[in-house]
Design a protein around this ligand. Sequence first.
Ligand SMILES: *[C@@H]1O[C@H](CO)[C@@H](O)[C@H](O)[C@H]1NC(C)=O
Ligand SMILES: *[C@@H]1O[C@H](CO)[C@@H](O)[C@H](O)[C@H]1NC(C)=O
Ligand SMILES: *[C@@H]1O[C@H](CO)[C@@H](O)[C@H](O)[C@H]1NC(C)=O
Ligand SMILES: *[C@@H]1O[C@H](CO)[C@@H](O)[C@H](O)[C@H]1NC(C)=O
Ligand SMILES: *[C@@H]1O[C@H](CO)[C@@H](O)[C@H](O)[C@H]1NC(C)=O
Ligand SMILES: *[C@@H]1O[C@H](CO)[C@@H](O)[C@H](O)[C@H]1NC(C)=O
Ligand SMILES: *[C@@H]1O[C@H](CO)[C@@H](O)[C@H](O)[C@H]1NC(C)=O
Ligand SMILES: *[C@@H]1O[C@H](CO)[C@@H](O)[C@H](O)[C@H]1NC(C)=O
Ligand SMILES: *[C@@H]1O[C@H](CO)[C@@H](O)[C@H](O)[C@H]1NC(C)=O
Ligand SMILES: *[C@@H]1O[C@H](CO)[C@@H](O)[C@H](O)[C@H]1NC(C)=O
Ligand SMILES: *[C@@H]1O[C@H](CO)[C@@H](O)[C@H](O)[C@H]1NC(C)=O
Ligand SMILES: CC(=O)N[C@H]1CO[C@H](CO)[C@@H](O)[C@@H]1O
Length: 452
Amino acid sequence: MSFFRDCYESMRGNIRNFMSTPLSRQKLYIFGGVFIALLLLVIILVVSLHSSSSGDSPQGSSVLNDGPGGSSNIDPSKLKNYVVQGLKDNSTEILNTFNLSNITSSHLVTTIWPAGASSCGANQKDAIAQTLEIIDVVKRVVQKVPNLSLVSDSQGLSDAKSNDKIGVVISLDGGYTIDSRLSVLRMFKSLGASVFTLTGACSVPWVVSGTNTTTTNLTQFGTQIVTEASRLGLLLDLTYSSPTVVETVVKSEAPAIIFNGVGALSLTNNTVNLSNDTLKIIKDKGVVLVGFDCAIINTTDNCTIGDVIKHLNFIAEVTGTKKTVGLSLNFSSPSLPSDLKSPQDVGVLLDQLQKDNWSLDELRGLAYDNFLSAWKKALDYANKKIADPPVDVLETETELDSSNKTNLVCYSDLSIRYNTNQPTAPPPTVPTTEATKAPPPTTEATKAPPKP
Ligand SMILES: *[C@@H]1O[C@H](CO)[C@@H](O)[C@H](O)[C@H]1NC(C)=O
Ligand SMILES: *[C@@H]1O[C@H](CO)[C@@H](O)[C@H](O)[C@H]1NC(C)=O
Ligand SMILES: *[C@@H]1O[C@H](CO)[C@@H](O)[C@H](O)[C@H]1NC(C)=O
Ligand SMILES: *[C@@H]1O[C@H](CO)[C@@H](O)[C@H](O)[C@H]1NC(C)=O
Ligand SMILES: *[C@@H]1O[C@H](CO)[C@@H](O)[C@H](O)[C@H]1NC(C)=O
Ligand SMILES: *[C@@H]1O[C@H](CO)[C@@H](O)[C@H](O)[C@H]1NC(C)=O
Ligand SMILES: *[C@@H]1O[C@H](CO)[C@@H](O)[C@H](O)[C@H]1NC(C)=O
Ligand SMILES: *[C@@H]1O[C@H](CO)[C@@H](O)[C@H](O)[C@H]1NC(C)=O
Ligand SMILES: *[C@@H]1O[C@H](CO)[C@@H](O)[C@H](O)[C@H]1NC(C)=O
Ligand SMILES: *[C@@H]1O[C@H](CO)[C@@H](O)[C@H](O)[C@H]1NC(C)=O
Ligand SMILES: *[C@@H]1O[C@H](CO)[C@@H](O)[C@H](O)[C@H]1NC(C)=O
Ligand SMILES: CC(=O)N[C@H]1CO[C@H](CO)[C@@H](O)[C@@H]1O
């Protein structure tokens, strides 16, 4: 106790002493220094508070540090070139070919690689073989270039980002790639496909491609393809699908859909546009990845970031939420916005959107979270359906026949496929010409149940 009293007395003495002596030059310096330091502190606090409330810091572009921004689309013709000419042995050159050299430094590491054939003519012909070739070349590219990592779920993309890698997502580039065979869809999934574009630019026996064909709907078999794709956890891409097809898929069990490289019809009239009605229909399940292509967002070949922002704000307004928009980056596109020509410029877009009252959370959604959560919904749904048996049906012979007769000669198993819809009949050992001429079944041709 006495120690504390002594200490207190000594302090009091010192302070009294200090206050009672006249101000020396030294004391003036001490008081002045403390005062100036305090003043500086106050100024710094006021300035930093002011700047954060006015939105200058942190910037919109800062959200790119937090997640695997994207999604870039790879030019499919360049993949085909590798199939034809063989792979280059130079990683840098490969990354340049796909306009990916500056992607990592701009934090945009989600890339979508379309697998398909080089023309709609492959429909009911060699579409599967050509799609397999592309998947093979994608896998070889990923193996050769250490900067790339093939990913098959949303977590994989986040991991790629933390490992400084570019995530490669394989997308089946249209329904024709599966040649109306659900078995093929399942095998593509097991080979690493994650996204399935339902129509794409090519019509198939079970759905006609095009946004303007208002009467177009999925056939009965088409709806079963949607069921199976959903069961497998494939994320459905409805770009080029008619409004009716979009509505049918939205009303199905499919948990999530995306559109890739599109805009709003009300602003720009082109073939991949989405009307107000379609936007309203998809608002709870869909994410619209707006394209960086002047033809899509402006119709002329002269556009700016302002056009991208116009479409983003418009789609958010019509759907009533900013959770329905994402970015489709295609830096190989012939007419990019004049101020959005490289991955580095995406940060500028995000900064501008922040000034346009987009919160950092909304910008994270735009840059990656909305796409990731759509994908996650697709995969979560598949997890719930894991015990469901595969959908086991064939398209009807009428569907096949009315679609593209010229290519039917490419099928050597027609008589077998369309004779198995009578479970009691023994499977034919020798296909007869009789069988091919059998009247088309009126209902869905289902396969015979598997033998116990
Ligand atoms: C790979 O390609 C890049 C870009 O074309 C070039 O600068 C580099 O020298 C090439 N490296 C080798 C080992 O050839
Ligand atoms: C993308 O690559 C093509 C050639 O592969 C090139 O002409 C174009 O300038 C590149 N674009 C960007 C933004 O780097
Ligand atoms: C690819 O990886 C190398 C080595 O990690 C790195 O130096 C280079 O910047 C990366 N390139 C890209 C485009 O990410
Ligand atoms: C049908 O096949 C022909 C010949 O291969 C092709 O040119 C055409 O685009 C195909 N049509 C459709 C709708 O698939
Ligand atoms: C839809 O577009 C195609 C060509 O893209 C055209 O032939 C057809 O007439 C159009 N249909 C309608 C209803 O506008
Ligand atoms: C489209 O097909 C679906 C599924 O068969 C059906 O429920 C829907 O009513 C059809 N829509 C129209 C406009 O015919
Ligand atoms: C879009 O343009 C096409 C012609 O290219 C026209 O037929 C159609 O009516 C236009 N749609 C709208 C909504 O303006
Ligand atoms: C689409 O919706 C917007 C905003 O609600 C409206 O201004 C525009 O007129 C609509 N366009 C059409 C073609 O109905
Ligand atoms: C295209 O851009 C020009 C120039 O910025 C602008 O005046 C025009 O309204 C835009 N067109 C569309 C359809 O957005
Ligand atoms: C694009 O539009 C801007 C202004 O809107 C104009 O200055 C420029 O010349 C145009 N460029 C082309 C290639 O038309
Ligand atoms: C990519 O980055 C390199 C150096 O980091 C730069 O010289 C080049 O201009 C960039 N390319 C684009 C299209 O921004
Ligand atoms: C849904 C819709 O209205 N789509 C329109 C898109 O643009 C084409 C022309 O390119 C129109 O024909 C479609 O009606």
